[in-house]
Design a protein around this ligand. Structure first.
Ligand code: HEM
Ligand SMILES: CC(C)=CCC/C(C)=C/CC/C(C)=C/COP(=O)(O)OP(=O)(O)O
Length: 284
């Protein structure tokens, strides 16, 4: 299989963001940073995320063939045989879980497995083709990535990671619904009930804004609880205002242009939040 196909099948850019999410969970509870633990955590998360992404490619190859964005993917064009891809998915996932248990701890392995299960089974197999709630619950996969990172340090220290996991859960709809506006015709053609296919673009824009109000509100709870300080409040508040501002623009002008900006901004928002956590815990 060509290397390009591996990168595409593993959705490596997303896997690296998932790993960064786990690193943030680690940074939220670690008093001192252990580079070896961080390296192992990144490897474990890329293996698990990649394994679930490969499974997603195999399972979704029928609908991917119907969408412009995905119809040239390896599983659609036949670069890779489904059995070969499924073996890769299983091998990557098992490698991630075994490494997590042997080099880190079993709680990390459980969160990794749950993240893989939520994405590959709950989202991909069960919800994605059935309901617009698909990505609301599918987003829990990313929350488990953050909890896995925190568990590397101290599995019993779960309060702050749990709050941040809720924020990540609330981040996913704002992240993906903006993209789904751009891709609404693709999803309509593939008969995938993403929110804008079901309720239209304007109502989706309002849903993004409403969800982002909850998202930004939840991001401020760690400060309100006194578990993170002013540096975090400033960072989370700043990226929150920027995201909400873009959400309002999308409500006022529900266009592909503003949907694109909202989707593009969802990653820097999350990155900004992660930096605010690290800055508060380790740099001030
Ligand atoms: C089930 C929940 C999620 C859904 C349905 C979703 C959906 C998507 C889709 C369809 C794309 C475009 C992929 C492409 O065409 O390349 C995307 C891109 C992206 N997603 Fe999400 N996402 C979800 C959760 C997450 C999470 C939890 C993270 C990280 C914490 C994340 C990070 C990213 C990144 C970094 C990109 C851009 C990568 C690229 O351009 O290939 N996503 N997302
Ligand atoms: C702890 C752990 C390993 C968690 C895994 C988290 C994970 C891999 C989340 C992936 C989210 C994502 C990009 C979904 C898109 O699927 P899609 O089928 O809607 O996207 P597509 O149409 O581009 O294939």
């Amino acid at each position: 299989m060509p290397m390009k196909s591996y990168v595409e099948l593993l959705k490596l850019r997303i896997a690296l963001m998932i790993a960064l999410t786990a690193v943030t969970g680690y940074g939220a509870v670690a008093e001192t940073v252990e580079p070896l633990h961080l390296a192992l955590l990144v490897v474990v998360m890329v293996l698990g995320s990649g394994g679930s992404a490969v499974f997603n490619h195999v399972f979704d190859r029928d609908i991917d063939a119907l969408m412009k964005r995905t119809r040239n993917r390896p599983m659609v064009v036949g670069t890779v045989a489904p059995t070969e891809a499924l073996m890769l998915a299983g091998g990557l996932t098992m490698a991630g879980i075994v490494l997590a248990v042997s080099a880190l701890n079993w709680v990390v392995a459980v969160h990794l497995f749950l993240g893989v299960f939520v994405y590959a089974v709950i989202y991909t197999v069960w919800l994605k083709r059935r309901t617009w709630w698909n990505i609301v619950f599918g987003g829990a996969a990313g929350s488990f990535a953050l909890l896995a990172g925190a568990a590397v340090v101290q599995p019993s220290q779960w309060a702050l990671p749990a709050l941040l996991a809720v924020t990540l859960f609330l981040w996913t709809p704002s992240h993906f619904w903006a993209l789904s506006i751009l891709l609404v015709e693709d999803y309509r053609a593939a008969n995938v009930p993403m929110l804008p296919v079901v309720v239209g673009v304007e109502r989706t824009a309002w849903c993004i804004l409403g969800n982002s109000v909850l998202l930004v509100g939840s991001s401020l709870v760690p400060w309100a609880m006194g578990w993170l300080g002013t540096p975090y409040l400033i960072g989370a508040g700043l990226v929150g205002v920027l995201l909400l501002g873009l959400n309002v623009k999308l409500v006022l002008t529900p266009s592909r242009y503003w949907a694109g900006w909202n989707f593009a901004a969802s990653m820097p928002y999350l990155l900004g939040l992660f930096i605010a956590v690290f800055a508060d815990k380790h740099w001030f």
